[in-house]
Design a protein around this ligand. Structure first.
Ligand SMILES: Cc1ncc(C[n+]2csc(CCOP(=O)(O)OP(=O)(O)O)c2C)c(N)n1
Length: 673
């Protein structure tokens, strides 16, 4: 079906409601949203007021949820991708009885330490499934959630996992580039449990969307393999019929809900003025009058409270039936499901990693760290079935596909490996969705330079405190001939600047195992593994303690009193070790510090940090931007770094050209004395 949708003529402002009760329930959302924004003098009333009717239908007739058990694993997931309309979600959570969303929290909308942040933030209140606000991210998260549902249903059976993922997305979400990657991936994998309600109000901030877009959205979604429908978003029967149809479709579904932004507001409805500012006292009063709403702000008529409370208990029976099925399970399956949902690592993972590390330490292979990472995955994927990997079309380069992994297809969700296609941004956001869904530990790869194509989602992994593992290979000029377009320079520094993100740059096979172990164990912190294309010697021959856990450690102490300390990460650690030898031959005692993870080093105590960094002058060596190293080398130190972009040539020629040779390092160290 290909229907072009225009919305030049919004439906007349207040048609007689087809279902007066549903309209009154929706009005409660409208008024709460309007009043909360008014109280804060900040926020977005228009979207909640426009989508209140459709959301009321979804929540009262379809959504499977239980506010008494908000973490019920088989609940439907509801994603407000148009996160600026946060009051829609807060109102729904409040009205249906989620304990975290009290009336007081609504009153404190957008205030310091309230649960009702400007945009929905995962972790602030039960029922907020994902953090949204950066447009398009929620939609792509939802693709990951719907994928997680299919993977877990295949693994644990429909009795345990059988739910839908619903999204409310706006024009903005659909204009964002990430939406194309996300809908294309969802259509390809035929994620039929994914249902998107598009708030087709034809308004964004600058005015009518016709200013900037003339896409035929239904045709676009249809071309990506979606089922598409278009309805009057203020007609509950039409919305209900469309959702029922979508639930029956094997394809992901788009329901274009034609709505009026700011529905009910006397002069601002249907205009950009309703989008993102308090309506003002006169408009608020006018809205109240038109809706026939007599209660003061944050007070609700008893009948409406009761109706919504009934909606909130609708799911209790399904939730307790689920619990009964869960309790009746075979104990081994039950505890395995609980382990995965709780995000607890398999008991035998530690010994698997330890065995591989011992082997690396004993054999001392010369491997690129991407290869070592591939061997880690070969070892752990058989014991960690919740690990779901993939790559954005660089599987062979990223070494992300382990021998035991089967590929996920639309016909078979038994695999644990996803060919994300050349869709880095959606890959990262879908991994956020999988991690937020629970039951899965996602990792995915591309080149480190293309973290730029994932960055908004990486930032949200960090903000949401999700365990997502980014396997980013080809981490420096060491990738060689592909040249400066592919050689990351500023990426390590910029990723290190993201709070709650750990950037690991292991120096050899042993550190690669250690860094993987740390990334897997980090339940509320995402990790980037920056891995080499080129082979590296094994420097570590000890297999006991995870020395990378402290972020930095003395790999080779100086013979005699330290005269200089060489700080390095990744491939440059071997360089520092070679330089240390040259310095020793010249009678200069140097120590080499490997710093696989700055963030973990920062978590150690000052005394440890001082013991590692030492009092002697310091030279940092990293084939990347120098930005940030000042903090470790201090006033008297120096950073041997990339002066600018790289160049296209074999890696050895580039290291020579840019001064990353043992001799150049030794010379720079000597110059510090
Ligand atoms: C990535 C991103 N870019 C820009 C913004 C700022 N912004 C917030 S809402 C919005 C307009 C969205 O329009 P629409 O989805 O139609 O929302 P509505 O006006 O219907 O509320 C913009 C540009 C944002 N939140 N995220």
């Amino acid at each position: 079906m290909s229907v072009s949708v225009t919305n030049d003529q919004p439906p007349s402002p207040l048609p007689a409601p087809r279902d007066p009760q549903l309209r009154r329930m929706a009005d409660a959302i409208r008024v709460l949203a309007m009043d909360a924004v008014e109280a804060a003098q900040s926020g977005h009333p228009g979207m909640p007021m426009g989508m209140a009717d459709a959301a009321t239908v979804l929540w009262s007739r379809f959504l499977k949820f239980d506010p008494a058990h908000p973490d019920w694993p088989d609940r439907d997931r509801f994603v407000l991708s148009a996160g600026h309309g946060s009051m829609l979600l807060y109102a729904l959570l409040h009205l249906t009885g989620y304990a975290d969303l009290t009336r007081g929290e609504l009153r404190r909308f957008r205030q310091l330490d309230s649960r009702t942040a400007g945009h929905p933030e995962r972790g602030h209140a039960a029922g907020i499934e994902t953090t949204t606000g950066p447009l398009g991210q929620g939609l792509a998260n939802a693709v990951g959630m719907a994928l997680a549902e299919r993977l877990l249903a295949r693994r644990f059976g429909n009795a345990l996992v059988d739910h839908h993922t619903y999204v409310i997305a706006g024009d903005g979400c659909l204009m964002e580039g990430i939406s194309q990657e996300a809908i294309s991936l969802a259509g390809h994998l035929r994620l039929g449990r994914l249902i998107v309600l598009w708030d087709n109000n034809a308004i964004s901030i600058d005015g009518g969307t016709a200013l900037a877009t003339s896409d035929d959205q239904l045709a676009r979604f249809a071309a990506s393999g979606w089922d598409t429908q278009s309805v009057d978003g203020h007609d509950p029967d039409a919305v209900g019929t469309a959702i029922a149809h979508a639930r029956g479709s094997e394809r992901p579904s788009l329901i274009a809900c034609r709505t009026t932004i700011g529905f009910g507001a006397p002069t601002k409805a249907g205009t950009a003025a309703a989008h993102g500012a308090a309506l003002g006292a006169a408009e608020v009063a006018g809205t109240r009058a038109r809706l026939g709403w007599r209660e003061p702000p944050f007070e609700l008529p008893e009948d409406i409270v009761t109706w919504w409370a009934a909606v909130g208990t609708r799911g209790a029976a399904a939730s307790s039936a689920w619990r009964a099925r869960f309790d009746a399970l075979d104990p081994a399956l039950r505890s395995e499901f609980a382990r995965c949902i709780d995000g607890i690592l398999p008991a035998n993972l530690g010994e698997t990693l330890a065995a591989l590390k011992a082997k690396f330490a004993a054999d001392a292979p010369k491997l690129a760290t991407r290869q070592s990472s591939g061997l880690v995955l070969d070892a752990i994927t058989p014991v960690m079935p919740e690990l779901v990997g993939g790559s954005a079309d660089l599987t062979g380069s990223n070494n992300t596909k382990a021998k035991s992994q089967k590929v996920v297809t639309r016909d078979d969700f038994a695999g644990t490996y996803i060919h994300y296609g050349v869709r880095e941004h959606a890959m990262a956001a879908a991994m956020n969705g999988m991690a937020a869904h629970g039951g899965i530990v996602p990792y995915g790869g591309t080149f480190l330079v293309f973290t730029d194509y994932c960055r908004p989602a990486i930032r949200l992994s960090a903000l949401m405190r999700l365990r997502v593992i980014y396997v980013m290979t080809h981490d420096s000029i060491g990738l060689g001939e592909d040249g400066p377009t592919h050689q990351p320079v500023e990426h390590l520094a910029s990723l290190r600047a993201i709070p709650n993100l750990r950037v690991f740059r292991p120096a050899d096979a042993v550190e690669t195992v250690e860094c993987w172990a740390l990334a897997l164990a980090a339940r509320s912190t995402p990790s980037v593994l920056a891995l080499t294309r080129q082979g590296l010697p094994t420097l570590r021959r000890d297999a006991g303690e995870n020395r990378s856990a402290k972020g930095a450690y003395v790999l080779e102490e100086s013979a005699g009193e330290r005269r200089v300390t060489l700080l390095a990460t990744g491939s440059e650690v071997a360089l520092a070790v070679a330089a240390r030898k040259l310095l020793a031959a010249r009678g200069i005692a140097a120590a080499v510090v490997s710093m696989p993870c700055w963030e973990l080093f920062e978590e150690t105590d000052a005394r440890y940090r001082q013991s590692v960094l030492g009092a002697a002058p310091r030279l940092a060596v990293e084939a990347a931007s120098a930005f940030g190293w000042e903090r470790y080398v201090g006033e008297d130190g120096r950073v041997l770094a990339m002066p600018g972009f790289g160049a296209s040539a074999p890696a050895e020629a580039l290291f020579e050209r840019f001064g990353f040779t043992p001799e150049a390092v030794a010379k720079a160290a000597e110059a510090l004395l």
